[in-house]
Design a protein around this ligand. Structure first.
Ligand SMILES: [Zn+2]
Length: 57
């Protein structure tokens, strides 16, 4: 069972997107989502992009 990190649905029934973070050179799973919609909603809800831009214009 691959439950969506955001909505809990089975991601394999949709167009899944997987997120990984790099820690000490290893890729660690950081979430799985039905599609970019769920990923975007999760990012919004968790405030993951606050203060994390790699470049500030
Ligand atoms: Zn979902």
């Amino acid at each position: 069972m691959s439950a969506c990190t955001y909505c809990g649905c089975d991601v394999t029934a949709h167009d899944p997107v997987f997120v990984a973070e790099l820690a000490d050179g290893d890729r660690l799973p950081a979430g799985q989502f039905c599609n970019y919609g769920c990923l975007a909603a999760h990012i919004d809800e968790a405030g993951l992009t606050e203060g994390t831009a790699c470049r500030i214009d």
